[in-house]
Write a protein that binds this ligand. Structure first.
Ligand SMILES: [Zn+2]
Ligand SMILES: [Zn+2]
Length: 345
């Protein structure tokens, strides 16, 4: 099969033929129809994760079951499916509670094993992790769900518990940020989007941001406090950097909730956070790490009803070669919306 291959950290990616995967016990092989290009792929390429080389990245996917391994009960060849980027083992106490997103034995296609920038991808513990795609939802929309959209959904619902009428500030208007803007608006919140790029803010306005703040050296927390008369109830750092995390935390009002979604990789594993403010104002600092397959049904219902429209976030669809050229640049600039790769092109 054709795949995008990473032979070394921080080097150009190749597209070439590699051995196709076979389904593991309890798992399936999926023919990939759509797979999102994400900043997390860039983190792996840049050497921020321990990855066995050569490697095939790609973790936001939708497609059709092409082969079924021993012991799979719920899925058949031909089923349209997607999968969260965190796949649980299906056996541990967290998986049994439906919280596979924090499974200690988790598998992540594109990180722990070869991913979906390929014609086919192997997925583990299929009965626990696969999600059927409703007929009215496209492969492109479904691919957008597995990482950024589902993460934003869980961040605002199960983690921050956003209520109608609350102010939500979203720092970073790339894929996960725009998803958070759209979801926040659908939950009845008033949303402020922050980004360095004016075009990203235009996109945020288009999906429901009431205000936007251009982070061109401006004092973002001061701007948010002015707009909200005392700060936002909820902040989301959808970028993952010390300054964007601080902007989110310092934009909160007293007793506010910050959700950290963007990854903050540092050599020490420690990240600077304005803890003095968190103590004095009794802020809640929350992490959010994807969303388990068990939590997809309410989100899919909102998509089928039209209340959430992930397809609006999908920008361009590209082939593997173009994706291989784009991936190394994702650390520098976030594109507005989600770029989807179709490996069959
Ligand atoms: Zn992703
Ligand atoms: Zn588990």
């Amino acid at each position: 099969m054709r795949a995008m291959v990473m032979d070394a950290v921080n080097e150009p990616l190749a597209v070439r033929d590699v051995a196709a995967p076979v389904p593991p016990p309890g798992g399936v092989v999926v023919e990939v129809h759509a797979t999102g290009l994400c900043r997390s792929d860039w983190h792996a390429w840049a050497g921020h994760e321990s990855i066995a080389l050569p490697h095939v990245p790609g973790h936001e996917l939708a497609g059709v079951v092409a082969a079924v391994g021993d012991g799979v009960g719920r899925w058949c060849v031909g089923d349209r499916v997607t999968v969260p980027f965190v796949c649980g083992c299906g056996r541990c106490e967290w998986c049994r509670r439906g919280e596979a997103q924090v499974c200690p034995d988790q598998q992540q296609p594109g990180f722990t094993h070869w991913g979906s920038f390929a014609e086919r991808v192997a997925l583990h513990a299929a009965d626990v992790n696969l999600v059927g795609i409703p007929p009215s939802v496209s492969f492109e929309s479904a691919a957008a769900l597995g990482c950024r959209f589902a993460t934003a959904y869980r961040a605002l619902t199960a983690r921050a518990r956003v209520a109608a009428g609350e102010w939500v500030v979203v720092v970073g208007a790339g894929g996960v940020g725009l998803s958070a803007v759209m979801i926040g608006r659908a939950l009845g919140a008033r949303v402020i989007a922050v980004d360095r790029a004016a075009e990203a803010l235009d996109a945020a306005s288009g999906v429901g941001a009431e205000h936007t703040v251009l982070a061109d050296g401006a004092d973002v927390p001061a701007a948010v406090h002015r707009l909200t008369d005392g700060g936002a109830h909820v902040s989301v750092d959808a970028v993952g950097s010390a300054p964007t995390c601080a902007d989110g935390v310092l934009s909160l009002r007293r007793r506010g909730r910050h959700v950290q979604v963007g990854l903050l990789p540092t050599p020490s594993g420690l990240s600077p956070v304005p803890m003095a403010r968190a103590i004095a104002w009794e802020l809640d600092l929350l992490g959010s790490h994807g969303m388990a397959a068990a939590d997809y049904p309410p989100m899919l219902a909102l998509i089928e009803s039209g209340a959430l429209r992930p397809h609006d976030l999908v920008g361009r669809t590209v082939d593997l070669e173009e994706a291989a050229r784009m991936l190394p640049g994702l650390g520098e600039h976030s594109s507005a919306g989600i770029t989807v790769v179709d490996p069959r092109r």
